[in-house]
Design a protein around this ligand. Structure first.
Ligand SMILES: NC(=O)c1ccc[n+]([C@@H]2O[C@H](COP(=O)([O-])OP(=O)(O)OC[C@H]3O[C@@H](n4cnc5c(N)ncnc54)[C@H](OP(=O)(O)O)[C@@H]3O)[C@@H](O)[C@H]2O)c1
Length: 299
């Protein structure tokens, strides 16, 4: 007979907390309770994840009622994790709890759970390297994802068995490097979205409707991501900078000159200089590199 899965409580019923509830319940993890700032949001997450009716829905001021669980997942915003850890560690009832706590922040290490470690809990972090905006689609994305795991031995064992059950892959980052690790994740995902929006606004300035602009740009992003799945960034880089089209760069800079495109111009220049480095590493003629660099720097 398969070993029963650890009983879990989830504090934080937003995008990731709900996605984890859906993904873990599909792998037979019993979810004992879900807590949110507002209990109504915990109830909504329980309904969305189709959890059994006996699952407790709690508000932030009801953590005292958290049922004993083998593992508690803290999926609140980063800035709240320390408060949750401190408040839970202070509760008289926390003495009755055993087991482990894992938070899901990419930027913080398990250090932020120190008050819980001092009360004898095992502590760690489990950060899925995926972007979750909708809980249901997010639950799908959690299957097969990469997860950054760190913490003490027992906590990392809990984290790694979750990763295994979700057919994911675990890797580790030194606790002191987590902020840099997370900044890298921000570059690859939210900043990509910000840049995409900038491209949409530029196409709107060309006369397209925002929805139309998003539709025509999405396959371009998709094909770029496909290239990145196959090859290195230097080889995946295509277009003006990869080819060293100096006159085209000058045309772009002129097109971006109007005041309302000032932000786009600054970002274009900064990223242009970085793309130029990639192109140079791939063997772009140094004369073209210098010409483009000069054009970017003097605009
Ligand atoms: N979303 C992602 O793509 C993603 C990916 C990887 C890691 N993460 C990490 O996962 C964590 C959660 O992110 P998210 O995007 O899921 O955030 P979110 O959608 O904003 O959800 C946060 C949840 O925390 C609850 N909450 C806030 N303060 C609380 C408190 N004091 N006690 C109990 N619950 C509280 C909120 O309650 P209310 O609903 O009542 O406001 C909400 O349900 C963060 O550490 C984030 O870095 C997120």
């Amino acid at each position: 007979m398969a070993k029963p899965k650890p009983a879990i409580s989830i504090i934080g019923a937003g995008r990731l907390g709900t996605a984890l509830a859906i993904a873990l319940t599909s792998k037979a993890y019993p979810i004992r309770a879900v807590a949110a700032r507002r209990a109504a949001h915990a109830r909504k997450a329980i309904a969305l994840a189709n959890l059994p009716s006996q699952t407790l829905a709690l508000g932030a001021d009801q953590l005292e009622q958290l049922p004993p669980s083998d593992l508690v997942l803290i999926t609140t915003p980063d800035d709240v994790i320390a408060d949750v850890a401190r408040s839970f560690a202070k509760l008289r009832r926390s003495a009755r709890h055993r087991g482990a706590f894992l938070h899901t922040s990419g930027a913080l290490s398990s250090e932020v759970l120190a008050p819980l470690a001092q009360r004898g809990f095992h502590t760690g972090s489990l950060h899925p390297l995926v972007s979750i905006s909708d809980p249901r689609a997010g639950a799908e994305a959690l299957h097969g994802a990469f997860y950054c795991v760190e913490g003490d031995g027992v906590a990392t064992r809990f984290a790694k068995s979750i990763v295994r059950d979700l057919n994911g892959t675990a890797f580790t980052i030194k606790p002191e490097s987590k902020a840099l690790y997370h900044a890298a994740a921000v570059m690859a995902s939210p900043h990509l979205v910000a840049m995409f929006d900038l491209a949409v606004q530029m196409l709107v300035s060309c006369g397209l409707k925002p929805k139309e602009a998003q539709k025509v740009l999405t396959p371009l992003v998709q094909s770029t991501v496909n290239n990145l799945k196959q090859t290195s960034p230097e080889k995946a880089l295509t277009g003006t900078f990869a080819r060293g089209d100096v006159a085209t760069v000058r045309r772009h800079l002129k097109a971006l000159a109007p005041k309302q495109l000032a932000e786009a111009l600054e970002i274009y220049k900064l990223l242009g200089l970085y793309s130029l480095k990639l192109a140079a590493d791939r063997g772009l003629d140094p004369k073209l590199v210098t010409e483009i660099k000069t054009a970017l720097k003097k605009t």
